[in-house]
Design a protein around this ligand. Structure first.
Ligand SMILES: Cc1ncc(C[n+]2csc(CCOP(=O)(O)OP(=O)(O)O)c2C)c(N)n1
Length: 318
């Protein structure tokens, strides 16, 4: 039986999810102007996952994410201005303007970085968890990725090593049903992904990935397990990507899904779901605050200079 979640936590989940949605909508709105010199993989529709997971973490816990990670960066406490700077590929960006949307990092907030390579950060999270355990640190590592990433060989290796060494790592699979434009049923045998993870001896559950409270509760349980030495957990979050794989538009014209197909998922919109649980005052107050913050970040990113050095000093190897 899951422990109840108090109103303060629900408000916090809503605040994070709403901020992610508003940032993604702003990026989508301005992207066609061509000022953002980077491909973008928006997470619109998937906000409950980063909001739910990161609300259960501390700054000491580390998240290793992938290319669809604006939400993960923001939920872990990453600096919005530095993210916008990176998306505009300016020197003020969190990777000095050299990485773009797919290479976000904020080590102070425990956001260990993102990668364009599918599944590539999973062993990094496992390695970090190995370090945490070896040094007897009370920390967890989180690896997040899409359903497509579970088709990579490194996924099996990561699960196996994590379970063998009982590592404090949590695998978060954002199952949006799609890898680029191909449905999961055309790529994998009809067997639930979390059951496959269970086959490796990893404690595995499936949750409604559009319900931030469920995601938060499952993460809390996984953290307790990890910190008491019970090893890794796998959480499959069933969700839906509202926009195209890469870019600010929808993909209804490509033939693999229609606007009609999206209707049932729109009814399960993660933001609307949370809105039913928070006060109208809070909604208004947060929308106003975020709008100001986002406008400022956009403005500063636009005005900032492009990087001039080959590699900024703070990104060079010592
Ligand atoms: C190792 C590797 N193989 C292939 C690609 C090309 N690629 C980029 S995104 C993607 C789909 C991955 O889908 P999924 O893991 O479900 O994540 P989603 O994009 O749905 O969030 C592929 C195959 C890549 N970037 N890296």
């Amino acid at each position: 039986m899951k422990s109840a979640v108090d109103q303060k936590t629900v408000d916090r989940l809503y605040a994070t999810a709403l901020k992610i949605r508003m940032v993604e909508e702003t990026i989508a709105l301005h992207y066609p102007k061509g000022e953002m010199k980077t491909p973008i993989h928006l997470c619109t529709g998937q906000e409950a996952n980063p909001a739910g997971v990161c609300a259960a973490l501390t700054d000491k816990d580390m998240v290793f994410a992938y290319y669809r990670s604006h939400g993960w960066y923001l939920a872990k406490g990453g600096h919005l201005g530095r993210m916008m700077g990176e998306i505009f590929c300016k020197s003020t960006g969190c990777s000095g303007g050299y990485g773009g949307s797919m290479h976000l990092i904020d080590l102070e907030r425990g956001f260990a970085g993102t990668t364009a390579l599918v599944a590539a950060a999973q062993p990094h999270a496992v390695g970090a968890a190995f370090t945490f355990k070896s040094r007897k640190q009370n920390r967890v590592a989180v690896s997040c990725f899409g359903d497509g990433a579970t088709e990579e060989g490194i996924f099996q290796e990561s699960l196996m090593f994590a379970t063998l060494r009982k590592l404090p790592v949590i695998f978060i699979c954002e199952n949006n049903g799609l890898a680029t434009n191909t449905w999961v049923k055309d790529r994998q045998p009809a067997f639930p992904i979390y059951k496959r993870a269970e086959g490796f001896g990893v404690h595995s559950v499936v949750v409604d990935g559009n319900d931030a409270v469920q995601v938060y509760q499952a993460t809390q349980e996984a953290i307790v397990r990890a910190k008491q030495g019970d090893g890794p957990s796998f959480i499959e979050c069933m969700t839906y990507r509202m926009l195209e794989h890469c870019g600010p538009n929808n993909d209804f014209g490509l033939g693999f899904r229609s606007e009609q197909d999206a209707v049932s998922w729109k009814q399960k919109d993660p933001i609307q779901h949370l809105e039913k649980q928070v006060s109208v005052d809070l909604q208004e107050q947060l929308r106003n605050t975020y709008q100001i913050e986002i406008d400022l970040a956009m403005d500063e990113a636009r005005k900032a200079p492009f990087p001039t050095q080959l590699l900024p000093e703070r990104l060079q190897c010592p």
